[in-house]
Design a protein around this ligand. Structure first.
Ligand code: 0O2
Ligand code: 0O2
Length: 265
């Protein structure tokens, strides 16, 4: 093996993973605040260990001087979603981004692998700005549901343990577990509408409570102490039943409006 400086070789990949994690975590936050529901549950990322890069290169017969083009997942990002429908939504968002280019896609959601593995893979080309100038690297974005991730994580750790020599009965049980994960995703999709609705209601409600409490504080700021205390009492009375929270919020807003104009009620 040549005297390649592997640490330096991995630097742009490390940078890419850090940047992409920030970008997808930010996307999660943005979608959540725009739509009150995020098709991203959480994001992880890793740079492949050099030993795994070399192992994969050997397995795929990739020459040492072509690792950058031959091994596509040295930089890897994993996006977990709640529902199967979210996967396509994310794929659309990724395809339309201008800070990365889709090279190709592998749909193991529709066409599961013989192992039972399901996920949607997008190989992207991503420009990294380094001290030596711009470098385009390949990265793999895996998009999967929580159920797919649960299965893949356990299967991966078993494969690691048994070094790909899984006993037949374990393999067959894993296959059954993959089927169960698939059914779980189907079941979840069928009640998705209901779940999304209740998540939105929860989010709306907690936003409203925040607003009410902040506005009561604001009244104190305008020295409307008695009024603020009355609203606080009203809030304490209704907050458990949550009945009348919207009316209370509107009344407080009206009081703030009057306070700002220096009026009294
Ligand atoms: P949070 O919301 O505070 O947990 P970092 O670079 O330090 O931000 P990194 O390297 O992305 O984090 O960490 P890692 O280990 O890859 O994990 C990424 C995020 O995924 C972490 O959240 C974990 O908490 C979260 N995570 C891992 N497994 C699960 C899971 O099963 N369910 C959920 N909901 N989250 C999970 P953060 O980014 O640190 O933020
Ligand atoms: P890591 O970092 O350990 O996850 P390959 O399938 O590896 O011969 P290819 O075409 O490069 O060749 O990859 P593919 O099939 O698109 O999958 C690449 C990655 O998908 C793997 O990375 C896994 O993360 C995941 N994957 C694919 N098949 C399975 C599977 O049967 N079970 C599990 N748990 N994960 C799978 P690596 O290389 O394993 O690296």
């Amino acid at each position: 093996m040549d005297g390649r400086d592997w640490k330096k070789f991995l630097l742009p990949y490390e940078q890419a993973v850090e940047e992409l994690k920030v970008k997808f975590k930010t996307l999660r936050g943005e979608l959540k605040s725009r739509e009150e529901y995020a098709p991203i549950e959480f994001v992880t990322g890793r740079v492949k260990k050099i030993s795994s890069v070399l192992e994969k290169a050997k397995r795929l017969s990739v020459p040492m001087d072509q690792l950058e083009s031959g091994i596509e997942d040295i930089a890897g990002i994993r996006i977990m979603c709640q529902f199967v429908e979210d996967i396509e939504r994310l794929a659309v968002l990724i395809r339309s981004r201008q800070d990365m280019n889709v090279v190709y896609e592998k749909d193991y959601v529709t066409n599961k692998k013989p192992s039972g593995y399901r996920s949607f893979h997008i190989i992207i080309e991503y420009p990294v700005q380094t001290a030596l100038g711009m470098k385009r690297i390949l990265a793999e974005v895996q998009i999967r549901t929580l159920a797919m991730n649960f299965w893949a994580t356990i299967e991966h750790s078993l494969n690691y343990k048994y070094k790909e020599q899984l006993p037949e009965d374990v393999r067959s049980r894993l296959s059954k577990a993959a089927e169960a994960a698939y059914l779980l995703d189907q079941e979840m999709s069928s009640i998705r509408g209901e779940i999304v609705e209740s998540q939105k209601m929860f989010e709306d409600n907690s936003n409203l409570i925040n607003k009410v409490l902040n506005n009561i504080q604001e009244l104190y700021f305008y020295y409307r102490v008695r009024e603020a205390a009355q609203f606080q009492l009203r809030f304490n009375e209704i907050w458990e039943t949550e009945d009348g929270l919207s009316d209370l919020s509107a009344d407080i807003e009206a009081a703030i409006f009057r306070a700002k104009k220096g009026e009294h009620n």
